[in-house]
Design a protein around this ligand. Structure first.
Ligand code: PLP
Length: 375
C-alpha cells in the first residue's frame, strides 16, 4: 500500500507534471516574474470559474483578509463578528487593523457561524461579519446576508477552505462560495483545495469600485505608477505561482469529485458507529471537503488519534485552541462565556486523511482501522 498522508501533493503533481513543468519553464524563459501575463490570465480564468466580476490575486490568504478589511474604511474600535472556531488568520487580521474581533459560536452540524449568535452580537459598533466556510462547507449564507442587509453590515467571506463549493438560495439561485458576500478571500497555500507551490491568495468581488480599491491597496495604494492615493501594502501573486494555478484550476472540479468520493466512502463506512458524528451534508450546499472532520464522542478522540497513528494513519486536530482562548486576544477582545459548541467540539474534532489521491486500498485500510477501534 502507498503510505497514507494527510495530503499527498507529490502524487497529484506527478499526474500533471508535464503541464506544470512547461508552465514554470515558460515563466522563466520570459522572465516576467511579477505582475506578468500569467497573473492576469489566472485572474480572468478564476473570474470565469467562480462567476464573479473581479478577482484580485495577492500574496496569501491572510493578506486577502487584511486587504478586504482595509478596503472597507473601518475605524479603530469598530467591531467585526467572526467565529472563534477557525484558523487564527481570520481573527488575527481584525486585531492587526486595531478593530475588535467579536467571537461567536459555530453550529455543530456545519462548523460554521451560528446565525442566532451573530444576531445577538450585533451592536452599534458592528461593521462587518466574516463567515468562514470551514472544512469546505458553506456557512448559512441566506440568513446571514439578510441579517447583514438589515443592519447595513459588510460580509467578507473567508473562503480559504471552500473554493469551488457553492450555496443554493431558497429561490433556487446557486452561487459559488466567495462570490456571495461583498468580498471573498481565498488562499492557495499548497495544501488548500486549489493549492500552488508556495504562497498565494486572492480576493473576489462583484463590486467594481471595491475591486479597483482592493487592487490599489494590494499595490501600495497606487493609482498610476508612482502616484499613491492611500496607504496600502505590497501583496502579489508571482508569475510562477499563477502559472501553476492556471494548470491546476482546470482540474479543480475533478479534485472536488475525488475529495467528495473519499468523504462518501468514509461516511458510509462509519454510519453505524454511534460514538462518531460524520460531517453533515446539507441539501443546499456543495461541501468540497477541504477536511473530513469527525466528532468523536465520549472522550475517545485522543485515543482514536493514537490508535490510528500506531497503524501509520495520520489524523489531525483542527483546531485544538479556539481563537477566544488564544493569548493574542487578551485585552483585545472580550472572552465570551457562551461558546458552548466551540468549547466542546475542540475536544472532539478529528480530521482524517483527505486529498485527491486517496485510493480504495488506503480508504479500506483507514475505515477498517476506525471500525476496529470502536468494535
Ligand atoms: C489557510 C487559511 C487562511 C490563511 O491563508 P494563508 O494563505 O495561509 O495566509 C485563512 N483562513 C482560513 C480558514 C484558512 O484555512
Amino acid at each position: 500500500m502507498i503510505p497514507i498522508q494527510m495530503v499527498d501533493l507529490k502524487r497529484q503533481y506527478q499526474k500533471i507534471k508535464p503541464q506544470v513543468d512547461a508552465a514554470i519553464q515558460d515563466v522563466i524563459d520570459n522572465t516576467s516574474f511579477i505582475h506578468g501575463k500569467q497573473e492576469q490570465d489566472f485572474a480572468r480564468n478564476l473570474e470565469q470559474y467562480l462567476g464573479v466580476k473581479k478577482v484580485i490575486p495577492c500574496a496569501n490568504g491572510t493578506d486577502a483578509l487584511q486587504i478586504a478589511l482595509m478596503a472597507l474604511d473601518l475605524q479603530p474600535g469598530d467591531e467585526v463578528i467572526t467565529p472563534s472556531f477557525t484558523f487564527i488568520a481570520t481573527a488575527e487580521v481584525i486585531a492587526l487593523l486595531r478593530l475588535k474581533p467579536v467571537f461567536v459560536d459555530v453550529d455543530e452540524d456545519t462548523f460554521c457561524l451560528d446565525i442566532q449568535q451573530v444576531k445577538a452580537a450585533i451592536t452599534s459598533k458592528t461593521k462587518a461579519i466574516i463567515p468562514v466556510h470551514l472544512f469546505g462547507q458553506s456557512a448559512e449564507m441566506e440568513s446571514l446576508m439578510q441579517l447583514a442587509e438589515e443592519h447595513h453590515l459588510y460580509v467578507v467571506e473567508d473562503n480559504a477552505q471552500a473554493i469551488g463549493g457553492h450555496y443554493t438560495f431558497s429561490n433556487g439561485v446557486t452561487q459559488k462560495t466567495g462570490t456571495i458576500g461583498h468580498i471573498g478571500c481565498t488562499s492557495f497555500f499548497p495544501s488548500k483545495n486549489l493549492g500552488c507551490y508556495g504562497d498565494g491568495g486572492a480576493l473576489t468581488t462583484n463590486d467594481e469600485a471595491l475591486g479597483n480599491k482592493i487592487r490599489m491597496i494590494a499595490n501600495h495604494g497606487q493609482s498610476k505608477k508612482y502616484y499613491h492615493d492611500m496607504v496600502g501594502c505590497n501583496s502579489r501573486l508571482d508569475s510562477l505561482q499563477a502559472a501553476i494555478l492556471n494548470v491546476k484550476l482546470k482540474y479543480l472540479d475533478e479534485y472536488i469529485v475525488a475529495r467528495r468520493k473519499a468523504a462518501a466512502r468514509y461516511t458510509d463506512a462509519f454510519k453505524n458507529i454511534s460514538g462518531l458524528k460524520t460531517p453533515f451534508s446539507s441539501g443546499n450546499t456543495l461541501h468540497v471537503f477541504h477536511q473530513y472532520t469527525l466528532l468523536v464522542r465520549d472522550g475517545k478522540r485522543d485515543a482514536l488519534h493514537d490508535y490510528l497513528s500506531q497503524k501509520n494513519i495520520p489524523s489531525m486536530i483542527y483546531y485544538p485552541v479556539p481563537a477566544h482562548h488564544q493569548k493574542m486576544f487578551e485585552g483585545v477582545s472580550d472572552i465570551p462565556a457562551h461558546l458552548t459548541v466551540t468549547d466542546s467540539i475542540k475536544n472532539e474534532v478529528l480530521s482524517l486523511p483527505m486529498h485527491t489521491e486517496l485510493d480504495e486500498e488506503q480508504l479500506a485500510y483507514i475505515t477498517s482501522a476506525v471500525l476496529e477501534f470502536f468494535s
